[in-house]
Write a protein that binds this ligand. Structure first.
Ligand SMILES: [Zn+2]
Length: 435
């Protein structure tokens, strides 16, 4: 439909079809193409909890997310770098996005101090004092080596007033300028060692000392040629990265539009993050904010709605022009025994499922639903068997992945408006009945 935009860095986005505001596209990255709209499963600590890369491939997951804050604290982004970067570290050869840690740092209400320069906080693991700046976060994300890296931004609670929202949004813009300058500096410095999170910065940050006494089997810089699969370029740690800005502005449409325009005019970005939503605001506010930025963002770039991933929010987001989503909900809820199904949410621990021979969701084709009954899954949960957590996480991630595949097919054959109306009507009538 539109010409692909070629950035010359291994990234491109092409719209294949559009129905209303909903878009079906192809997002090319150095580690493969993502058919959008798409849901990204969250692997906060370098693992989508309870699922391995084979599971994710079988589910049809295309791109996954990891978190800079958590991986910086443990095991350390330098450790990930020394072990070849995130793709090799976690054995995932597809596209990866890293969140900057802004959301995590600003969630540490009592543990942080914000200044124009950056944020001082205490590690939730050992209480050690840490300091994030736009520059240090770029270095951390460079070390981790994901395909898409997010800017460090100032995240505020969902109900923040216009003054606080403007302050955070404008600071995020100033931090974006610094992120971009550091990103460009690292790119200019090329793949030279030390282009990532520097030892000097690490010392100032109070982080662990650089690893200098690695055994010979694990040289400080692992090159693809030194590993067992020399031709495995997909796992190389030195591929190009794309920096995505984050549009902030709270629940104030004028601020959102202003932020979107300023970000757009600053640079020809490869894609755009829409941040600071699904953080306690009302759903109609969230949907209105997506609509507010829609008209301001370039059509031919992917839009990523950060941290949003309940089934109805995915559909509502796609209807408003969003291409990428992520959320911990499917795995977190799976570990709590709750499954997304085409008939609403289902808590597998309930006594009524004790002798239920049906699958979790009769419409689901995942490996859990093909093989196991609700009665068996309930038994696993009640008995604290780890397989129960795994099977439900697998089903939930499959559910959202398949939902986006279905939405994409509906956009491609122009049935999306009717299909999404019908899906939402059924969803709302069923969730109203679900206790
Ligand atoms: Zn299933």
């Amino acid at each position: 439909m539109t010409q692909p935009n070629e950035s010359g860095t291994g990234f491109a986005f092409r719209l294949a079809a559009r129905t209303g505001r909903a878009r079906a596209g192809h997002f090319r990255t150095p580690h493969g193409e993502v058919q959008t709209p798409a849901f990204m499963a969250v692997g906060t600590l370098g693992t989508v909890k309870a699922l391995d890369p084979d599971d994710l491939h079988a589910i049809g997951a295309q791109m996954i997310l990891a978190n800079a804050y958590h991986l910086h604290l443990r095991p350390g982004d330098d450790v990930v770098r020394d072990l070849g970067g995130l793709h090799r570290f976690m054995g995932w050869d597809g596209p990866i996005l890293t969140d900057s840690g802004g959301f995590q740092v600003f969630s540490l209400e009592t543990l942080r101090t914000v200044s124009e320069d950056g944020v001082e906080f205490r590690s939730h693991i050992d209480g050690s004092r840490r300091y994030f700046t736009p520059e240090s976060v770029m270095q951390i994300e460079r070390n981790l080596g994901a395909d898409v890296i997010m800017q460090f931004d100032h995240v505020i609670p969902g109900q923040s007033d216009a003054l606080a929202s403007r302050d955070a949004s404008e600071r995020s813009l100033r931090w974006l300028v610094r992120c971009q300058a550091e990103f460009e500096r690292m790119r200019r410095d090329g793949e030279t060692e030390g282009a990532g999170y520097s030892d000097e910065t690490r010392e100032a940050d109070g982080g662990p000392p650089p690893r200098t006494n690695l055994p010979a089997a694990f040289p400080p810089t692992v090159t693809t040629s030194s590993l067992a699969v020399p031709e495995d370029r997909a796992l190389s740690s030195s591929s190009p990265q794309a920096l995505f800005p984050v549009i902030q502005g709270g629940i104030h449409a004028d601020l959102r539009r202003e932020a979107a325009r300023s970000v757009r005019d600053m640079n020809d970005w490869i894609g755009y993050g829409i941040g600071g939503l699904s953080v306690g605001e009302a759903k109609p506010d969230m949907y209105a904010m997506i609509e507010a930025v829609d008209a301001e963002l370039p059509d031919d770039r992917p839009r990523y709605l950060m941290g949003v991933g309940f089934p109805e929010d995915l559909i509502e987001g796609v209807r408003r022009g969003v291409d990428l989503f992520d959320c911990v909900a499917p795995t977190r809820m799976g570990r709590n025994g709750t499954a997304f199904t085409s008939e609403g949410r289902l808590n597998v621990k309930r006594a009524e499922f004790r002798t239920d021979p049906r699958p979790l969701d009769p419409d689901c084709e995942c490996a859990t639903c093909r093989r196991f009954s609700r009665g068996y899954l309930r038994h696993l949960y009640v008995s604290d068997e780890i397989l129960g957590l795994r099977l439900l996480s697998l089903h939930n991630v499959h559910f959202l992945t398949a939902l986006m595949r279905r939405a994409r097919a509906a956009i491609l054959d122009s049935s999306f408006p009717a299909w999404s109306e019908d899906w939402l009507a059924r969803h709302h009538s069923r969730t109203a009945l679900t206790p």
